[in-house]
Design a binder for this molecule. Structure first.
Ligand code: NAP
Length: 253
């Protein structure tokens, strides 16, 4: 099938947190669009590797604990040498801490901000530096959240980090648009992954959330993956600093 402006043939994309959940969905969508994926994370990527092989897509993995900027930067340099040049980066890895604001600890704050915002910025810097030095075009897709727009509850550092992700997406777009680097974001609504297991297991929260989603269902990782493909492909050439909510209508409500 000719995917035209939606094809990722000959593109190599790094996806953080590709072992499970939304990151795995993004890897598979990229694979279906003809792209090669470098999966990054701290856990085994065996399941994603097998599923990529099933659809005939190229997949390699790089291990890194993204809680450390130094480790993330070293991983990026290693991956560029071994598998580069790298055309795109999807900053997907992220964590959440659900604690009442009055009980929130410094670690609850720092651990989330480090992965969701600090490493997201410095990995983006890594691909930006390489692309600018090489005079190459590049794509950065950040995974934002409904809590890039809303306040949420019991998730102080997550809300701070995801609001920051949207700000940094716009900042990098402003700095890099003229250099041929597109920086955009996808904001998932409520998606069935480990991240939302606690919510889905709470009958009251689960019913309240589902009742507010116009589409009448939780999202699945491929819903996000296919939107990320659009932001990595030539079809979105003129998009910079945009955020696409993929939320079953949640924000429209
Ligand atoms: P998930 O299933 O919990 O996956 C999170 C991913 O991040 C996993 O691959 C995890 O690896 C990786 N990760 C966490 N800490 C890491 C670290 N220190 N080093 C390397 N990798 C690390 O959650 P998800 O729902 O797919 O979340 C993916 C992204 O979507 C996150 O940024 C999340 O905030 C965002 N998001 C999710 C939803 C939702 O409804 N699910 C909604 C909005 C936004 P391990 O498996 O090794 O922990």
């Amino acid at each position: 099938m000719d995917l035209g402006a939606f094809s990722l043939a000959d593109r190599t994309v790094m996806v953080t947190g590709a072992n499970t959940g939304i990151g795995q969905g993004i890897a598979l969508s990229i694979g279906r669009a003809g792209g090669k994926v470098i999966g990054v994370g701290r856990s085994s990527m065996q399941e994603t590797a097998s599923r990529m092989a099933e659809i005939g897509a190229e997949f390699v993995e790089e291990r890194a604990d993204l809680g450390s900027v130094a480790e993330a930067q070293a991983m990026f340099a290693r991956a560029w040498s071994a598998h580069g040049p790298i055309d795109g980066l999807v900053n997907n890895a992220g964590i959440i801490k659900r604690v009442d604001a009055v009980d929130f600890t410094e670690d609850d704050w720092d651990s989330v901000m480090d992965i969701n915002l600090k490493t997201m910025f410095f990995l983006s810097q890594s691909i930006g530096k390489q692309a600018i030095a090489a005079g190459r075009a590049a794509r950065v897709v950040n995974i934002a959240s409904m809590l890039s727009f809303q306040g949420g509850i019991r998730v102080a550092s997550y809300t701070a980090s995801k609001s920051g992700v949207l700000g940094i997406t716009r900042l990098l777009a402003n700095e890099w648009a003229a250099r041929g680097i597109n920086v955009n974001a996808v904001a998932p609504g409520y998606i069935e992954t480990n991240n939302t297991e606690a919510l889905r297991n709470d009958p009251d929260r689960s019913a309240a959330i589902l009742g507010r989603i116009p589409a009448g269902r939780w999202g699945v990782p491929s819903d996000i993956g296919d939107a990320a493909v659009f932001l990595l492909a030539p079809a979105s050439n003129y998009m910079h600093g945009a955020v696409i909510p993929v939320d079953g209508g949640w924000l429209a409500r």
